[in-house]
Design a protein around this ligand. Structure first.
Ligand code: SF4
Length: 426
């Protein structure tokens, strides 16, 4: 399919040309999100209705996380199940009954769809309804799809959060204004943000909650800030509930974190002096820490393959706060609405690409001779063999990288591979 360059002249962000490609692409599916979601939502269990391939994916992803609690499993659809839906439903019922007898602490059970369950058109939302009748109300059943040869690994979180919102209680239109921070954050990051919002006098809740039963009430008085750029479906669900999104850059790096906190401060009319008093010291500490790492990254050329959907905020951070040169910034999907503040901060010369034709993108990457490539696991090893330094994008969702306190940790994720390569070259 020919490359397509789309431009418009509405604004700098809208005018950035985008290279759109469709072809073979290298991504993990949405089941991967279970790895961080199960750690966040501590009373939930994720039961994947899938194949041995799905079980292997979960096992290999969990292998990276040695502290993982076993709050996920795969109910494997055997060949016989693929032929008969009744058998598959009976098998799900049996597996769930056994699981709940053994793990009475489970309060929310996610039935997670996969490619095989979708191929046989297994309706997991009906399965969830049926199971709610037999095991509710002490256990809530929620279904979502983690499948996908056409999805990215972060979309699993989006589908999971959107499914949870189906059980949210609508807030009264007369409820006081409150802030909802949306997107999975490591607990220490969440605690740090909570302290900042408390100091600013902004009533805040985080979604997903640590306990799935503690769902927020959402209504027209809810203002929400996205903490992750890959939550299109969740954002749409919140919009339907009447909540209002606060446009901002994402809280990566000192600059992004200031923009993000400032959006909330402005919506809740926090006096400017108070905002500076709360935010200024932490921002200056982050800037000082970043200045030390900048020397390792300044002037280095980075190529970002589309994988995590974090690429555009990261590119902004790497370019503006660490002085890196952006060769190409790929993203699986360009969600312009949620990324408007980020796009406005990218240089006008940036090459943005959406989607992937992996062989052609690899050709562009090799021709550009980058100092650092940010990509998925599937591309990293072959590129390393060719002498190109890489950073696995999946680490960006497994590592606490949000906020002032973690700005240097985020920068170090990019400087370390370059320093390691430098040492090996000596
Ligand atoms: S891509 Fe499909 S079959 Fe493969 S692990 Fe993911 S859900 Fe399972």
């Amino acid at each position: 399919m020919p490359d397509h360059v789309a431009t418009s002249n509405r604004s700098h962000a809208d005018a950035l040309p985008v290279l759109r490609q469709r072809g073979q692409h290298e991504v993990f599916c949405g089941l991967t999100g279970i790895m961080w979601l199960h750690r966040k939502i501590q009373d939930a269990f994720f039961l994947v209705i899938g194949s041995r391939t799905c079980a292997h994916l979960l096992q290999s992803a969990a292998g990276v996380m040695i502290f993982a609690e076993p709050r996920f499993a795969t109910a494997i659809l055997e060949e016989g199940d693929l032929a008969g839906l009744a058998d598959a439903n009976d098998e799900i019922d049996r597996v769930v009954a056994r699981l709940l007898a053994r793990r009475p602490e489970i309060r929310t059970l996610f039935l997670v769809g996969s490619c095989p369950s979708e191929v046989i058109k297994l309706d997991l939302s009906r399965a969830a309804e049926r199971l709610s009748k037999s095991h509710g109300p002490s256990v809530r059943f929620v279904s979502y799809s983690g499948s996908g040869l056409e999805t990215t690994f972060t979309q699993g979180e989006d589908a999971c959060l959107a499914s949870l919102l189906r059980g949210a209680t609508p807030a009264s239109p007369r409820a006081p204004s409150s802030l909802l921070v949306v997107g999975t954050l490591a607990d220490p990051v969440e605690d740090g943000f909570r302290r900042s919002f408390d100091a600013l006098g902004i009533p805040v809740q985080f979604f997903p909650p640590r306990r799935a039963w503690e769902l927020p009430e959402v209504g027209p008085q809810t203002r929400y800030l996205l903490a992750q750029p890959f939550l299109a479906e969740t954002g749409a669900a919140l919009d339907r509930l009447g909540a209002q999104r606060l446009p901002a850059a994402f809280p990566f790096g000192a600059e992004g974190t200031r923009s993000w906190l400032a959006a909330a401060a402005s919506a809740f009319e926090v006096p400017r002096a108070r905002f500076e008093e709360v935010v200024g010291p932490a921002e200056r500490r982050a800037q000082a820490a970043l200045a030390k790492i900048r020397t390792a990254l300044e002037g280095k050329r980075v190529f970002l393959f589309p994988d995590s959907q974090l690429e555009i905020p990261l590119a902004r951070f790497l370019h503006r706060e660490l002085g890196m040169e952006l060769l190409e910034v790929g993203t699986p999907y360009l969600q312009r609405e949620h990324l408007a503040a980020e796009l406005a901060m990218l240089p006008a010369s940036v090459v943005l690409s959406e989607g992937q034709d992996v062989e052609r993108q690899l050709d562009r990457c090799r021709a550009a001779r980058p100092d650092l490539v940010v990509c998925g696991l599937g591309l990293a090893n072959p590129l390393e063999v060719e002498g190109i330094t890489t950073k696995w994008s999946i680490e960006l969702v497994f590592t606490p990288v949000h906020g002032f306190e973690h700005a240097a940790d985020l920068a170090n994720l990019f400087s370390r591979p370059l320093l390691r390569r430098g040492r090996l070259a000596v």
